[in-house]
Design a protein around this ligand. Structure first.
Ligand SMILES: Cc1ncc(COP(=O)(O)O)c(C=O)c1O
Length: 461
């Protein structure tokens, strides 16, 4: 029961009843997946990666085929995918340019730990598209963030990093912290945590200029690592002027600004940075940037590059830098990055995504208004979220107060049973370029139906 938000508490009671009905429907439609779950297999917990159990589904649907925005599971259920692997397939499943690139590179060698023939073109595309002059390739966004933090520390000679409460930047130790009663602590849910992450990380609330000023004043912070819009604790938009303050205060204190655009790539061409004219020292992108294969990019200003080079040469020994992995910068990654940047991540693609995101945005707002729920929609380009409060959340404390896991689960499963898969965390809706208007309208109708049940005065039987 949500005691902080009494209006939500009534909806939660109805959500609980809805959840049991939808659980039964989901289960009846998936006998093969259920049998597989019950039989178990050689995977720990029965799945290749244990988060696959963290969806609000009673057991995971098992995907037979993903193409465009359609998923078909082994039980023959077809759904429209608006989760897109939580952004990994933001530009759709198996876009044709990536399939062609994969076919081509398969015959020329996947990985050699040497630059491949695509290297020069990819470097130019990165510089032109994202506005920073020097780039490196990694395998995942987690890796890119790890390397970028290490570079920031090498360049500044400082130990600490600053993140915002409610952040997620992948499996990067330094960032897996929470702000609890004013203290930065290792996240309570971590497994095998051996060191106190609060020693080197400062966590403060997003949109809090005073807290930022105070935290940076000592000059101990190597970099502020943030998403331009927080997307992992619900979506938290920056308040007017917050990015200006962030840039000014980081510059004044010699702190690097590291922007993680792994999710905000949804904003438009060049990410939130290009769309809003931000000036990061280091920029990270991952997940869909290479069309769904494991590749991420991190770019830096000329100043950071020069200082990093100096730091590297100043070491009195060569050997492991702690930056890079064997499979990073491979021919496979460069071929897919090239295809993606040349043919997929284009202004036309974003315009297409925006058209359907508009349809969903307007449709959901109307559906919410119709059923009288005090809720709203937050949007960052092609990424949308229904928030269970009518005023924008400013920080993670607000976002947590507005959240309800039971309502999220009921909504998730009810939408899935109506043919629409949204993200497992916060039910975000991601619009891929292949999404057609009739599918966007279909989602709106499904949402209207489910919201109607959640807002009704009587509990669902
Ligand atoms: C903002 C952000 N950065 C980094 C990551 C890590 O990405 P990956 O799991 O591909 O390493 C995530 C994952 O959700 C993310 O949301």
């Amino acid at each position: 029961m949500n005691l902080q938000n009494p209006a939500l508490a009534e909806v939660e009671a109805r959500a609980s009843a809805m959840l049991s009905v939808e659980t039964r429907i989901y289960t009846e439609r998936r006998p093969k997946a259920l049998a597989s779950t019950q039989a178990g297999n050689g995977f720990f917990d029965g799945v290749p990666m244990h988060w696959m159990l963290d969806w609000p589904m009673p057991f995971p649907m098992i995907v037979d085929k993903a193409s465009g925005v359609r998923l078909i599971d082994i039980d023959g259920n077809e759904v429209v995918d608006l989760c897109l692997g939580d952004t990994g397939a933001m530009f759709g499943h198996g876009p044709a340019p990536i399939l062609r690139a994969l076919e081509g590179v398969a015959h020329r060698g996947l990985t050699t730990m040497l630059p491949s023939a695509d290297a020069d073109v990819v470097a130019s595309l990165l510089v032109e598209r994202f506005g920073l002059p020097r780039w490196q390739i990694a395998a995942t966004a987690s890796d890119a963030n790890r390397f970028a933090i290490r570079a920031a520390r090498a360049v500044t000679g400082r130990r600490k990093i600053l993140v915002f409460d409610g952040c997620y930047h992948g499996s990067v130790d330094e960032t897996l912290v929470d702000l609890v009663d004013g203290k930065t602590l290792s996240r309570a849910s971590l497994l095998g945590q051996a060191v106190d992450l609060g020693e080197n990380t400062i966590s403060i609330p997003f949109n809090d200029e005073e807290a930022l000023r105070a935290a940076l004043a000592s000059g101990e912070v190597a970099c502020v690592l943030t998403e331009p819009v927080m997307t992992n604790c619900g979506m938290i938009l920056p308040e007017e002027g917050f990015h200006d303050s962030l840039r000014r205060l980081t510059r004044e204190t010699g702190t690097l600004l590291l922007l993680d655009e792994t999710h905000t790539i949804s904003s438009g061409l060049g990410g939130y940075t290009a769309v809003h004219g931000l000036e990061p020292d280091i920029l990270v992108m991952g997940k869909p940037i290479g069309g769904g294969i494991p590749v991420s990019i991190w770019g830096m200003t000329a100043d950071v590059a020069t200082r990093l080079d100096k730091a590297r040469k100043a070491r009195d020994t060569s050997g492991h830098s702690g930056i890079g992995t064997t499979l990073s910068g491979s021919a496979l990654q460069l071929a897919c990055l090239r295809a993606s940047l040349e043919q997929i991540v284009t202004a036309e693609t974003y315009a297409r995504m925006a058209r359907q995101a508009d349809v969903i945005d307007e449709g959901l707002r109307a559906a919410i208004a119709n059923c009288g729920l005090p809720w709203t929609v937050t949007r960052v380009g092609a990424r949308l979220e229904v928030v269970f409060t009518d005023s924008p959340v400013r920080n993670a404390v607000d976002a947590r107060a507005a959240a309800s896991s039971i309502v999220e689960s009921a909504l998730h499963l009810a939408l899935l049973n109506r043919g629409f898969l949204v993200t497992p965390f916060h039910n975000m809706i991601l619009v891929a370029p292949p999404l057609e208007e009739h599918e966007a309208q279909g989602l709106v109708r499904a949402y209207r139906d489910v919201l109607g049940e959640l807002a009704a005065s009587k509990a669902v039987a």
